[in-house]
Design a binder for this molecule. Structure first.
Ligand code: ADP
Ligand code: ZN
Length: 733
């Protein structure tokens, strides 16, 4: 027999910097292997952890170590590459390995369970059995005959939902039909379509696919920089097909609002293979089964949002990150990783190619491409017949406005609607009005828990805080002076919708924002109205900015692009430019040429002028030069130490202690800036402050953080505040 290891290093969720040491379990059960789950005692509880190392020595005396309870897996659940990715991430983001691994695993697996067998979502009539024979076998079973007839009426396949309409216990009868092999169960990710035909790629697409295909089997990073509608998705699909032909799997990451049923359908139909779809809205059983299907290689393509990055793959061959500039790849709480950046790490570790695609690449990726680390692929023309839209600035100064619409924009809308076009308006503010003002004393309705104003929602008759979720019935009197003359000031999407209905009574209007899409399926229904042309005017917040192919949209209006020009965050202008380009990309995607109108009070703003005259790339070059001068990312590196508490003093004081702790560790070229209050200091009743670490050299920053981090937990105020460390923060709020 092999000599068993004497010490197990086990990652357990919790605030432990590293793995915990245990003795091997006594008694029966699988023997410990790296990557297997294991039950361990922790205090008075039992927890499930993952074995990440075997050793013969420990820093603790043997007699102080406890024995693990039981190994749960006879073969590792996590393979070595997934484990080393998690370990890399734990080191880089200075986050506990147990927490990182807990985040990698679906809940049931993390708890030491195993998901129930394949959930059956639908049944299909078995066509291998001739009709007469089928009828004969259910002659004496009227219930079964009725169900077969019902399924035949539905086209031969019926889902659980469709059968639920039947009275009584249909499951028993369905089970008997399955036992007789008259029905075949189909599970969700097994519904494999016959692959559909791809369009012939144009020259640029073909060159991109050829370049990617040539690297299958080795490591390379591509920045696929293609204008909206240039056919990036077709490039992904061709690269995926090549990967599948090599009998390899692929991982496709998309932004949170990009993972639409239409997108999944497009991939499923084109690839004709088993997909595993992974997103946070999945029931855990489905998530765990999809995860296991990817791990054992039966799902060939994993398509998912941020956390899908950690899905183990039996035979990895390619990673794709679509809309790589999107903010949703960065997790904003807990384990604050960036899935786009970790995709680069994962592709390097696996020795496979990675494709980062966008019409508006992040400055980070453009910088990497410029430095030669990424290979820059361009798609400069729209695929098919579509032409790029014409973009115009509308000067708002001195103009009379109706719910934020200038007379010229209303005129242009009328023209497009008369010519049977579709109009898309973009306003990044939901609700009826962002400010409620007392006409008598000038007081503004504010959230009592945040440094923020309450937004008036008229249909609901409520005032709501968009930052903490506080809400109350609409005020009837001013809270300061009791006056009853309350004025709503400014406009949100709800008000714009009302005004549009008055201005264009003959056209249906669809509003798409968080309020109108809260109900499940509401988003699909609204988009359906837009697709079918029933609704001619669409308005929405940035939810509407991307991912949706609306071929009849001929006019796009951006009501207020000034918000982004003067934002507090150094990335505000980059985001505004990305938004303008992405929203504009909604215009004229098919045969119909599009027009875009941007309303602004600052038509001479250099960013707008540069963007409109010379395009996104010229804008990005200029922005990069500016970042270089300022030592800001991607030309410098940041980490943000945040702290918050119910009073303003402790967060500030904790960060001052952290700064004193860090000062002797900071070398030349590393600055500690702050502490300062967060841009919105009070949120949900907590005061927030931050200390910024800035350094020109990423490795120096990492060394500094590694030395600072252990001491933070021991600072006198560490238990009085909630604190977190954000490496490469995307958001300075
Ligand atoms: P992107 O992802 O760059 O926005 P898509 O891949 O969605 O672009 O393509 C935009 C539209 O052009 C889609 O309707 C797509 O079917 C079509 N398309 C893409 N490539 C071609 C091609 N080579 N020939 C014809 N149509 C194409
Ligand atoms: Zn609030």
């Amino acid at each position: 027999m092999n000599k068993a290891p004497s010490i197990l290093r086990i990652a357990v969720a919790g605030p432990f910097a590293g793995p915990l040491d245990y003795l091997p379990p006594q008694g029966d059960g699988p023997s410990p292997t790296v990557g297997a789950r294991i039950r361990v005692p922790l205090g008075s509880r039992r927890e499930t952890g993952v074995i990440i190392g075997l050793s013969d020595t420990s820093d603790h005396p043997r007699n102080r170590l406890r024995a693990a309870t039981k190994v749960l897996d006879s073969e590792p659940l996590l393979d070595t590459t997934t484990l080393s990715l998690a370990q890399w991430a734990a080191r880089y983001y200075h986050h506990p390995i147990g927490e990182v691994l807990a985040g990698c695993l679906p809940t049931s697996l993390r708890r030491g369970q195993w998901p129930a067998a394949q959930a059956i979502h639908a049944w299909r009539i078995n066509r291998d059995i001739p009709d007469e024979e089928r009828l004969r076998s259910v002659q004496r079973a009227p219930r079964q005959a009725q169900i077969l007839a019902h399924i035949a009426d539905l086209g031969g396949t019926a889902s659980v939902t469709e059968l639920q309409d039947l009275d009584g216990d249909w499951r028993g009868a369905v089970k008997q039909l399955v036992d007789k092999q008259l029905l075949e169960p189909i599970s969700d990710h097994e519904s494999v379509a016959v692959p559909s035909e791809a369009p012939a790629l144009n020259g640029e697409q073909d060159a991109a696919v050829t370049a990617i295909r040539a690297t299958l089997g080795e490591h390379a990073v591509f920045l696929l920089d293609g204008i909206t509608g240039s056919g990036k998705t077709e490039v992904y699909l061709a690269a995926l097909q090549a990967t599948l032909r090599n009998e390899r799997q692929a991982l496709v990451l998309v932004p949170e609002i990009g993972l639409t049923p239409q997108l999944v359908q497009r991939f499923r139909q084109r690839l004709g293979t088993r997909l595993a779809v992974m997103h946070s809205g999945l029931a855990d059983g489905d998530r765990a089964r999809a995860w296991l299907a990817a791990r054992n290689g039966s799902a060939k393509v994993v398509i998912g949002t941020r956390s899908a990055l950690f899905t183990p793959l039996a035979r990895p061959g390619l990673i794709i990150v679509d809309e790589e500039h999107d903010l949703s790849f960065k997790q904003q709480d807990g384990f604050r990783y960036n899935a786009r950046d970790l995709a680069v790490v994962r592709a390097t570790q696996l020795g496979i190619p990675l494709v980062l695609g966008s019409a508006t690449p992040s400055l980070e990726s453009l910088h990497n491409a410029r430095q030669g680390r990424y290979r820059h692929l361009h798609l400069n023309r729209r695929a098919g017949a579509a032409r790029p839209p014409e973009i115009h600035l509308l000067d708002l100064r001195g103009q009379p406005l109706q719910a934020g619409l200038s007379p010229e924009l209303i005129r242009q809308m009328r023209r497009h609607l008369e010519e049977a076009g579709q109009v898309l308006l973009f306003l990044n503010r939901r609700g009826y009005a962002p400010v409620l003002l007392c006409h008598d004393c000038g007081a503004v309705a504010e959230c009592s828990r945040c440094d923020a104003r309450l937004t008036y929602h008229r249909a609901a008759g409520r005032l709501r805080c968009h930052h903490c979720g506080y809400e109350r019935l609409m005020d009837t009197a001013c809270h300061e002076c009791g006056g009853t003359a309350l004025l709503s000031v400014g406009q949100g999407t709800e008000q714009l919708e009302t005004t549009l209905q008055e201005l264009f009574p003959e056209h249906a209007v669809s509003r798409i924002d968080r309020d109108t899409t809260r109900r499940q399926g509401a988003m699909e229904a609204l988009l359906d109205d837009a697709h079918s042309g029933r609704s001619r005017i669409l308005l929405g917040t940035q939810m509407l900015a991307k991912g949706h192919d609306l071929p009849d949209v001929s006019l796009v209006g951006i009501l207020d692009c000034d918000q982004g020009l003067f934002g507090a965050d150094f990335r505000a202008t980059e985001r505004m430019a990305q938004l303008i380009v992405q929203v504009s990309g909604r215009a004229g995607r098919a045969q119909r040429p599009g027009e875009v109108f941007l309303q602004t009070h600052h038509p001479e703003h250099p960013l707008l002028v540069r963007l409109l005259r010379d395009g996104y790339r010229a804008f990005a070059e200029e922005a990069l030069t500016e970042r270089e001068l300022m030592g800001l990312p991607p030309c410098g590196h940041l980490a943000l130490l945040r702290a918050e508490a119910p009073a303003a003093g402790p967060p500030r004081a904790f960060l001052e202690q952290a700064r004193e702790l860090g000062r002797p560790l900071a070398g030349e070229g590393l600055s500690l800036l702050g502490p300062v209050p967060a841009p919105m200091e009070r949120r949900a009743g907590r005061y927030r402050a931050q200390l910024l670490v800035q350094c020109g050299d990423r490795r120096m920053l990492q060394r500094f953080l590694a030395r600072l981090r252990p001491g933070l937990a021991d600072l006198p105020l560490a238990r009085k505040v909630r604190w977190s460390l954000d490496v490469d923060p995307q958001d300075m709020l």
